[in-house]
Write a protein of this length. Structure first.
Length: 161
């Protein structure tokens, strides 16, 4: 069974996001071992300067690095990432597992200011959900749904149409 890690900066506060995420986590349990890790978002003043934002993102990047499992393939979700179809994600996930699950995909979702440039540079892949902007909490739900869809595609079920 493939092992997947999702590292997220920030906690889901809104009940509707938490319920949607929990539903996909439950569904994914049939197809993979999912480790979902939430890290606290760095506190910033009301109107932070670019320097303050960069410093906070650097601290979040270090916290993310401390949680990286061995033999992992980092996949950063960021606006400048490449667009990827559900089928492409499914093929990538199948290739990463290589039949024996040697490489664990680790998906990174930053907080409200995104991810630090250093962790994005460290990532083997950078993916974008869309050219549109979404709240990072919704991005988590969307990613979980896409992981579930990829598992369904790889299992040959009818979920994906």
């Amino acid at each position: 069974m493939q092992r997947i890690t999702l590292l997220c900066v920030g906690k889901l506060k809104e009940k509707f996001y938490a319920e949607a995420a929990a539903e996909y986590v439950k569904r994914l349990g049939r197809y993979c071992k999912l480790d979902l890790v939430e890290l606290p978002e760095e506190r910033l003043p009301e109107n932070p300067s670019p320097t303050q934002i960069d410093a906070a993102l650097a601290r979040e990047a270090e916290a993310l690095r401390r949680k990286l499992p061995p033999a992992s393939r980092l996949v950063a979700l960021c606006v400048e990432g490449r667009l990827c179809s559900s089928e492409e994600l499914a093929r990538s996930m199948a290739a990463w597992s290589g039949g024996g699950g040697e490489t664990r995909p680790v998906f990174l979702i930053g907080g409200s200011f995104g991810l630090h440039a250093s962790i994005k540079a460290q990532a083997a892949d950078r993916l974008s959900m869309s050219p549109m902007t979404f709240p990072h909490h919704l991005a988590r739900v969307m990613l979980l749904e896409q992981l579930y869809r990829a598992c369904q595609i790889n299992a040959g079920t009818k979920y994906h149409k």
